[in-house]
Design a protein around this ligand. Structure first.
Ligand code: NAD
Ligand code: ZN
Length: 412
């Protein structure tokens, strides 16, 4: 008789490895709910000179199938073309030097930033190129760029042949601190963020610090709001360290910045590999603290706000809401806003005054994305998140007002 989980609402995890196999046909049982688990390996590397002295790190990640060379197709963020003009040649040189690496077609460029996620035809173009060069499930797609480019190329890799191995080389602070190690890929559709997408564990991720040196101050700053977010959720001492170093990070001190990115990436990685719900099958999206308003602000601003900038505002709002509604100490709330300000974020945006109702529609979008009850993560204390299922609009309005007051005083 098979072991049955019929009384359970959801199969238990991990599976029982000793599941008995029946020795003869058994026609009496018609329902079989068998929990099973699939082992994944998540490979994260940190380098400081990937395209020269440390290129072996990339080669070591690309394992050749038996009897064949490694085939890899490279997709680069167009935003890198001017500040890293040598990148394409470096990739060719790598392939020439290493006989075991075969480039599957020319190195490809992808339009920079959110535009790449807003154009569904681009996805089709990527799929066509993958098809034309006969990539298979033992081939690699190497995506080099910011979070937007990684999301769209990653999505194409996830659905072509039901999954081609993806190596991400994130080149922004945001993608190194957060999305690079993530398991989500996707594009925007129906004017909704990440409406179309897939979960897929990347084959490998390489965070190269040198790539970050060419970022504008604006994009350099953007990723640290995700570091603040994950610190608030997971690790109070990490948040204190961030708050202490915030001004150095704003001045692009490489030691402080590399430390923050590394801690943030490792916390995101730990959440995915040990948090118990990497593919967000339950009703919570615990890493999306501050994101219900952030996603809405991004689309309402027609993506003139960067994701990281919107997250800074969203984290500030939900932090103050947590103070007003869930017992977070005002002193902690203030230090969160101060930390974001010291990192260089502006915590105000005209939409916070003019589009409150539209902003609140973000809550419904957030609920719809997972289905079921609205579940938003708030803070009882730094490092102590709670899931709540309703938002008091009067209190939320007051939280937004208080963030605006803080921003007005501090931006002067
Ligand atoms: N999949 C996930 O889990 C996840 C998590 C968080 C955010 N995201 C997504 O990531 C996106 C934001 O990513 P982002 O903040 O990296 O922004 P981005 O991808 O829009 O990049 C910002 C700009 O920096 C340029 N750029 C990239 N690398 C550069 C470099 N080294 N030097 C100079 N310029 C460079 C890009 O061309 C672009 O113009 C959003 O779409 C967001 O939804 C996804
Ligand atoms: Zn985010």
């Amino acid at each position: 008789m098979f072991l049955s989980y019929r009384k359970e609402k959801r199969p238990q995890w991990p599976a029982d490895p000793t599941l008995p196999i029946p020795t003869e046909m058994d026609h009496t049982q018609s329902h079989f709910d068998i929990a099973f688990s699939v082992p994944f390996v998540h490979r994260l590397r940190f380098t400081r000179d990937l395209w020269d002295r440390e290129e072996q790190v990339l080669l070591d990640l690309l394992v050749a199938p038996p009897g064949r060379p490694v085939r890899a197709q490279f997709w680069l963020d167009e935003g890198l073309s001017e500040c890293h003009p040598q990148l394409k040649q470096r990739i060719w040189r790598l392939a020439r030097r290493d006989g075991a690496l075969e480039l599957a077609g020319p190195v490809q460029w992808i339009p920079a930033g959110e535009a790449s996620k807003n154009d569904v035809h681009l996805l089709e173009r990527i799929l066509k190129v993958i098809h034309e060069h006969d990539l298979d499930r033992q081939s690699y797609i190497v995506a080099v760029g910011g979070g937007a480019v990684l999301d769209v190329v990653g999505f194409a890799a996830a659905i072509a042949h039901r999954g081609i191995r993806l190596v991400r080389v994130p080149t922004t602070t945001l993608s190194q601190a957060d999305s690079g190690v993530g398991v989500k890929n996707g594009i925007n559709l129906f004017q909704k963020k990440n409406w179309l997408g897939a979960f897929a564990v990347p084959w490998g991720v390489i965070n190269d610090y040198a790539m970050l040196e060419t970022l504008s101050d604006r994009d350099f700053r953007a990723g640290f709001s995700e570091a603040v977010k994950v610190a608030l959720l997971k690790d109070a001492p990490f948040f204190e360290g961030l708050a202490r170093r915030a001004r150095c990070i704003a001045e692009r001190d490489s030691e402080a910045s590399a430390w923050a990115i590394r801690q943030s990436a490792l916390w995101h990685l730990r959440h995915i590999t040990a948090g118990g719900d990497p593919f967000e099958m339950t009703e919570a999206r615990p890493l999306d603290f501050g994101h219900w308003s952030a996603h809405r602000l991004e689309s309402l601003s027609e993506f003139t706000l960067r994701h990281g900038e919107a997250v800074a505002i969203g984290v500030a709002i939900d932090t103050i809401y947590s103070v007003l509604r869930h017992g977070l100490l005002m002193s902690e709330g203030r230090s969160v806003l101060q930390c974001l300000r010291d990192l260089g974020f502006s915590l105000q945006h005209p939409l916070l005054e003019t589009a409150r109702e539209d902003l609140f529609a973000g809550l419904e979008e957030f609920r719809q994305h997972l289905g079921g009850r609205l579940t938003v993560t708030m803070l009882e204390a730094v490092g102590k998140p709670i899931n709540v299922h309703e938002i008091d609009r009067t209190i939320m309005n007051e939280a937004i007002d208080r963030v605006l007051e803080f921003a007005l005083v501090s931006d002067d």
